[in-house]
Design a protein around this ligand. Structure first.
Ligand SMILES: *Cc1c(COP(=O)(O)O)cnc(C)c1O
Length: 390
């Protein structure tokens, strides 16, 4: 189908579907590791690349292809390659596009495992990473070196929901001859289209909003075909490929992406407003609130504030833990992107290994709680949170 002809809601349920000879209405799940050929000549033609087609599911699989095409359509990308997880997508991007001696520049507040990958794994192979404050354009410029190949950005940030200017950072990256890679996990293509703002590649943890129901691990890289080529070569040879079953879950999960993101964002905005008015709450961090420092930028670059918010309870760690321990509905887990609302205390979980000084410097106080808002009624979510603040 011509993806330029349709809106994202339509693409989410229609793009990428390839019907088999049986004419099935729903997308088929092809659980097969390999494929058979009609003759020795056909086998030879497939292996030489003369004839397009599947060879082995570490390389390609029809269900995975459907998922990749649907996600590419949503992101407005020419191509997409799926991976076993979001981390595998970041790994494959760097393995495909960088080499020893190259330099990476990244915003400071990125996903914990991404920091480990950059700081402890890539460094062993001669790829050095510099960190900058995502909102400081001069710092981005100052960090660029002649060997900078990739500029890496996550926006909004976790857990403080800081919003960074994709368009401006893309300009800085391009002036330095580097590629801008955006982790679009928090917004998903339903709310933010980084390629349209100048990014070169998009990373997804499809584990989060693309699946949307917390069932599988999955990842993807989206962008121009010429840039996807090298990560794809790495994936087909090194093997961080997605399972067809997980790809099928994400393929079907994406059908409800827009409607979920709209509903979960609306819930988050309403909850953020109510928390902001509560006397025991010192501060709410949510890009959809006018009080958010980058509210104007968020409204320009995103369709809504998203489904993740953070708030600071007065009274520090004890008060925050009291809120967590008095919930009976919310799931106490660091995961996000689920229809079920989750609550986490960053200072003692996701950001617990950081020194208290560094944590304070990055604004993650002991009273801070992060909520990834789901589809329950906002009244029920609010009541569950207020119990521990009574
Ligand atoms: C979860 C997450 C990842 C990693 O994805 P996995 O699927 O868990 O490997 C990367 N970036 C962000 C922003 C995430 O939230």
């Amino acid at each position: 189908m011509d993806i330029n002809e349709y809106d994202i809601e339509t693409l989410a349920v229609r793009a990428g579907q390839e019907r088999s000879q049986f004419g099935e209405h729903a997308e088929a799940l092809y659980l097969t590791s390999s494929y058979v050929y009609k003759s020795a000549a056909q086998a030879a033609a497939r292996f030489s690349g003369e004839e397009p087609g599947n060879i082995y599911s570490r390389f390609t699989n029809p269900t995975v292809t459907m998922m990749q095409e649907r996600l590419a359509a949503l992101e407005g990308a020419e191509a997409c390659v799926a991976t076993a997880s979001g981390m595998a997508a970041i790994l494959s991007t760097v393995m495909g596009l960088m080499k020893a001696g190259d330099h990476l520049v990244s915003s400071r507040s990125i996903f914990g495992s991404t920091q480990v990958l950059f700081g402890q794994i890539f460094s062993k192979f001669g790829i050095e990473t510099s960190y900058v404050d995502g909102g400081d354009l001069a710092a981005w410029k100052g960090a660029m070196r002649p060997n900078t190949k990739i500029v890496f950005l996550e926006t909004p940030s976790n857990p403080l929901t800081e919003v960074f200017d994709i368009e401006a950072i893309a300009k800085v990256a391009h002036e330095a001859g580097a590629l801008l890679v955006v982790d679009n996990c928090f917004c998903s293509p339903a709310l933010q289209l980084p390629l349209k703002l100048g990014a070169d590649l998009i990373i997804h943890s499809a584990t989060k909003y693309l699946d949307g129901q917390g069932r599988v691990l999955a990842g993807a890289i989206c962008g121009p075909r010429a840039l996807i080529e090298e990560p794809f070569k790495f994936i087909r040879s090194a093997g961080p490929s997605i399972s067809p079953f997980n790809a099928w879950i994400v393929l079907k999960g994406m059908e409800t992406l827009s409607i979920r993101m709209q509903a979960q964002s609306a819930n988050a905005l309403e909850l953020a407003k109510r928390l902001e008015a509560h006397p025991k709450v010192a501060r709410v961090f949510y890009p959809g609130l006018p009080s958010h420092p980058q509210h104007a930028l968020a409204m320009k670059q995103q369709k809504s504030g998203g489904a993740v918010l953070a708030f600071e309870v007065k009274g520090g760690k004890d008060a925050a833990w009291r809120v967590v321990d008095n919930t009976k509905l919310l799931s106490i887990t660091a995961n996000l992107g689920d229809t079920k609302t989750t609550i986490t205390h960053p200072a003692t979980t996701t950001h617990g290994r950081i020194s208290p000084e560094a944590r304070a410097a990055s604004g993650i106080s002991d009273g801070l709680l992060r909520i990834a808002v789901g589809l329950e009624s906002v009244d029920d979510i609010e009541a569950d949170l207020l119990r521990g603040m009574a």
